[in-house]
Structures are given as C-alpha cells and as structure tokens.
Design a binder for this molecule. Structure first.
Ligand SMILES: [Zn+2]
Length: 310
C-alpha cells in the first residue's frame, strides 16, 4: 500500500487527563474521542465535569431537603412559641453554616465526587475506550488513516500501553509525514524493541530532529544491536549525529558519540569542537582527546578548524 497524504487536525489539549472523558447518557457509554456526538445514537456527549457537577448538585439538594424536613419537624413539634423560635434559629444557623462549608470545600468535594465516579464506573469506562478503539480499527481497515490516527491519539493520551503506542506508530508509518504535522515521538517509545517504532523514529529524525530527545537516543543505544540488524549502521550514526544538538546530550552520550566521531560530516565535527572548547570546565571523558586527535589528523590544515589546532 502506498503511503497516504493526509491532513491531521490539531490535538485537543486538556489540563487533566480525566477531562477528555465524556458520556452518552442514552447508551450509558463513555468515550475519550473528540466527537461531540455519540457515534452509536447521535445524542450529544456530556463531559465528565458536568456529570460530576450534576451528581454533586443532586446530592446537595437531597441534603438540603433533609435539613428542611428536620427543621419543619422541630417547628411542628414545638410545644411553646419559645421552642418554636429556638428551632427556627437553630435551623437557620445550620443552613447557613452548611452553605458556607459547602462553598469552602467545593473544590475538594468535586474531586472526591469525581474519584468516586471514576472508581464506580471503571469497568464502563474501560469498555467505552475499547469501543473507541474498535472504531479506530474500523477506520484503519477502511484506509481512513487520518481519523484512525486521531482516534488512537486520543486513546493514547488515556492509555499508555505498548499496544496503543504500536498501533499509532503503524498508522503513522502509512502516512506521508510532514514537518508541519503535530508529531510526537517520546510518548510513543515502547517498553521493548519494536521495528515499526524505530522505522517511525528514523522518519521523524529526517523531518524534525528536535523531537529526538534524551529518552529516544537512550532507546537507540539500548537496542542498538537489533537496530543495526534491521536498519544498518547508518541509522545509529545519524542518531549519534543528532545527539550533538545539545551540550547536555553530548555529556550524557559522549561514549556513543565517540564511536561514530570519524564518520561525522565536517560541520558536525565543527559544531562539536565549538561546544567542547567553549565549555572547558566540563568533564568530556575520552571524547575531547578523541576529537582533538581527529582534528589533528583530518582537519589540520582546514582554516575553519584553525582555532582548534594547537
Ligand atoms: Zn449514545
């Protein structure tokens, strides 16, 4: 299958993960997808925050009714006018303190209620996400890759399993990647070696090197043997070259860089020299000596390296 050219929409960001959860009250089904309406019955989803607030409001109402009832009983059962006043005043004080306390603890009450709901509906949430996942699978089958990826991306924000990560990567590998796409790499790193992931990471490296983070380089080093077998030595070399992007990475992966030093193009070596010489206080291990040696052997008469040749 030839790669598809698609347009991916921007990801919907929320402060908390739970805010992505919504529910179709008709089907009693949860979803984490971006859709505003239930894909089964078409009714509008209700966000989890609104759901919790409704439960909270209902609880408050019930409690207020109870208080009112107790006060009324007090009034009705009062033997004298004086006790009637007493029960009225007591009821009023109780009501006011109840309202004040509720407002003071509103936020923590909200989270308590939310936790309770998430715990109680855990199984239903799970099966809702499973349903979302089936929808994504159907999209892949029909070769609707953009909506499939967008669904998996939303699910991936909720479930950090290797299975979801690899499914996302597999869809991405069928898409023509462009630098203007909102791509992710670090959140997709699986816990074991995966050929599809490495394939994707190498593609990303080609279009946006800034996505190759410390964790990603560490992954390449950890599974280097398998990567060399599947993708050749050049892939490792490119990653080593990418780690020259930041001083921090050079310190962290100095041994790895050292291995491929002599294969780097001139401008990379120049960049490395610049960083090494402008940070003499850093312990670069054997990298500094090896770079000096390389410069002496290869660039001794190159004017660009003049200030690094002693
Ligand atoms: Zn529904």
């Amino acid at each position: 299958m030839a790669k598809q050219a698609v347009q991916l929409t921007k990801k919907k960001r929320t402060k908390y993960r739970y805010q992505k959860l919504k529910m179709c009250k008709k089907c009693n089904r949860y979803s984490v997808l971006k859709d505003q309406n239930c894909s089964k019955c078409g009714s509008a989803y209700v966000g989890i925050e609104r759901l919790v607030k409704t439960i909270f409001k209902n609880r408050l109402l019930t409690e207020a009714m109870w208080i009112l009832m107790i006060v009324s009983i007090g009034i009705v059962a009062a033997p004298t006018v004086q006790t009637l006043y007493y029960s009225l005043i007591a009821g009023l004080i109780f009501c006011i303190s109840y309202v004040i306390l509720t407002f003071v603890f509103m936020k923590s009450e909200f989270f308590t209620q939310l936790k309770r709901l998430l715990r109680a509906d855990f199984k239903r949430i799970q099966s809702g996400i499973q349903f979302d996942s089936e929808l994504a699978k159907a999209d892949v089958k029909e070769e609707r890759l953009a909506p499939a990826y967008e669904k998996l991306r939303e699910i991936g924000d909720f479930i950090y399993s290797d299975q979801v990560k690899i499914r996302r990567v597999m869809v991405l590998n069928e898409i023509i990647l462009r630098s203007d796409m909102e791509l992710e790499l670090e959140p997709l790193i699986p816990s074991t070696y995966d050929k599809d992931f490495v394939h994707y990471a190498l593609e990303v490296l080609r279009i946006n090197r800034t996505l190759i983070t410390k964790k990603c380089i560490a992954y390449f080093i950890h599974y280097r043997d398998a990567i060399v077998i599947d993708f050749g030595m050049d892939s490792l070399m490119t990653v080593a070259g990418t780690s020259l992007r930041m001083k921090l990475y050079i310190v962290e992966f100095s041994e790895f860089i050292e291995e491929f030093l002599e294969y780097f193009p001139k401008e990379r070596v120049l960049r490395l020299c610049n960083i090494l010489y402008s940070n003499p206080e850093v312990d670069w291990g054997g990298l500094l000596e090896k770079t000096k040696h390389l410069v002496a052997m290869k660039y001794n008469y190159d004017p660009d390296f003049k200030r690094f040749v002693s």
